[in-house]
Design a protein around this ligand. Structure first.
Ligand SMILES: *[C@@H]1O[C@H](CO)[C@@H](O)[C@H](O)[C@H]1NC(C)=O
Ligand SMILES: *[C@@H]1O[C@H](CO)[C@@H](O)[C@H](O)[C@H]1NC(C)=O
Ligand SMILES: *[C@@H]1O[C@H](CO)[C@@H](O)[C@H](O)[C@H]1NC(C)=O
Ligand SMILES: *[C@@H]1O[C@H](CO)[C@@H](O)[C@H](O)[C@H]1NC(C)=O
Ligand SMILES: *[C@@H]1O[C@H](CO)[C@@H](O)[C@H](O)[C@H]1NC(C)=O
Ligand SMILES: *[C@@H]1O[C@H](CO)[C@@H](O)[C@H](O)[C@H]1NC(C)=O
Length: 407
């Protein structure tokens, strides 16, 4: 194009100037027409957009829609303001990670009612592999009336094994003494309700204990104990026994006669039939999977709530029946808590001071024979009851030596 103006044919500079002028005018005109068309298109586009925005209930003012902003304005929008100057650099340690999400409140006392607690405790990971090093713990759950009477013996038992156990105590709500400052039981009391022994609300208390213990994801095995229970082995032995166990320890047997099948109520059918009915000790030991099933059960528990009252003794039948009906293949059907029924009557023998001897403790540790993970063993019981506070001083004298506490 430029060559045209330098063509030697246009000798007159005047003519050349006029032509140049015309060419400029034309190019201005073309530029103007382009600009106008562009402007019209843009204004239509903006009108259309503002209409759409109004239709979709966005809070755009009417002025924006009637007078589209000049193009120059939208082109010369100020750059986004720089982020406000930060006085401190980002602190990585203050960021929220998985640890914070899993953090439990320090205090075991909470205001959740049972319905809320059971629901919260039933939340469970679907991915079974933990994305961190999870050290499994045993939850020792004490169901007591008042204080844990044999606490000094348990102190010796737990000493040196911090991080491998957690303690939960469900005592009568009227019991308000606090544990000494250095006690492992201090601050381990969970919100409780009054428990009538043998009644269905005893199972509620057991479920409450399980649910509170399930909130801690590192609890893997759950053992229910009374204030009259003692350990029969040292912590390491009990820990290995439970962590290696492929089975749960919920005692369950079928017993004809008045104190077994005789307690069955036919209104429990067809959910629970007389063939399903089982009896057993309420002092159980179970793994996390079964604990989750127990606190989530509504079907069988509601039948017990309705039809197992008074001399039905729900605490001796609910778990044996429920576990036998639903999870019997994982159950050893035996209890880990030794008790002496040999003297007969409705209550087992109590061991007072003079009953506690080296021979007795040795006998309880290894006298019988039973099955463990499909093999025969003479370690059938890890705990024993019922020991009175009067037996404490002799227990403290013999137990650490026989049970090899911390050696
Ligand atoms: C980061 O936060 C932690 C705890 O929140 C604090 O101890 C630490 O001093 C902070 N570090 C910096 C550099 O701000
Ligand atoms: C404990 O309860 C008793 C009544 O049962 C009451 O007299 C006492 O003041 C309570 N003590 C504390 C520390 O709350
Ligand atoms: C399971 O048993 C094996 C062999 O007896 C032992 O080495 C291991 O430490 C046990 N596991 C636990 C968690 O104690
Ligand atoms: C426990 O009892 C059930 C029957 O209720 C049975 O199927 C199961 O095999 C028993 N488990 C063991 C380990 O004996
Ligand atoms: C249990 O018995 C099986 C074979 O039945 C054997 O392989 C296993 O080592 C035994 N376990 C123990 C702890 O003795
Ligand atoms: C626990 O007792 C066993 C024997 O039952 C013994 O071999 C072991 O050394 C004891 N462990 C501790 C930590 O004392």
């Amino acid at each position: 194009m430029k060559n045209q103006y330098q063509n030697p044919l246009f000798s007159s500079t005047k003519l050349f100037n006029a032509r140049l002028h015309l060419a400029n005018l034309i190019s201005y005109f073309i530029f103007f027409v382009f600009g106008l068309t562009f402007g019209i298109i843009i204004s239509f586009y903006l009108k259309d957009m503002s209409l759409n925005l109004q239709v979709t209930q966005f809070s755009f003012s009417a002025s924006t829609s009637s007078t589209p902003p000049p193009l120059s304005l939208s082109l010369s929008l100020p750059p986004p303001p720089p982020p406000p100057p930060t006085t401190k650099t980002p602190n990585n340690t203050a960021r929220i990670g998985l640890k914070q999400y899993l953090q439990l409140p320090e205090d075991l006392m909470h205001d959740m009612n049972d319905k809320e607690l059971l629901w919260r405790a039933s939340l469970t990971p679907k991915i079974h592999e933990y994305p961190f090093n999870r050290v499994p713990k045993i939850a020792f759950m004490f169901l007591t009336r008042g204080p844990v009477l044999l606490a000094p013996l348990w102190h010796k038992f737990f000493k040196g094994h911090e991080g491998l156990y957690s303690i939960y105590v469900h005592s009568d709500p009227s019991f308000n003494q606090s544990e000494p400052a250095n006690s492992v039981f201090r601050g381990r009391r969970i919100p409780s309700k009054e428990v009538e022994w043998g009644n269905v609300n005893m199972i509620e208390a057991e479920r409450r204990l399980l649910a509170n213990a399930l909130l801690d994801f590192s609890n893997q095995r759950f053992v229910l104990l009374s204030e009259a229970c003692i350990p029969l082995f040292n912590f390491s032995t009990i820990y290995s026994y439970l962590m290696n166990s492929t089975q749960n320890f919920v005692e369950a047997y079928d017993l004809p006669g008045p104190v077994g099948q005789g307690r069955y109520n036919r209104h429990m059918g067809p959910t629970i039939t007389i063939q399903d009915w089982r009896k057993g000790s309420q002092w159980f030991e179970m793994d996390r999977d079964l604990a989750l099933e127990v606190i989530s059960d509504e079907k069988y528990f509601s039948v017990f709530q309705k039809y197992c009252k008074g001399s039905c003794y729900a605490d001796e039948h609910y778990l044996p029946t429920f576990v036998s009906m639903r999870f019997s293949e994982m159950n050893s059907n035996r209890t880990l808590t030794w008790v002496d029924w040999s003297k007969g009557g409705p209550h087992p023998s109590k061991f007072i001071r003079t009953d506690v001897t080296v021979e007795l403790l040795k006998k309880l540790r290894s006298e019988s024979n039973c099955e463990y993970n499909g093999n025969s063993t003479n370690v059938c019981y890890l705990f024993a009851r019922k020991f009175t506070p009067h037996a404490l001083d002799r227990l403290l004298r013999f137990a650490p030596r026989i049970m090899q506490f911390n050696r």
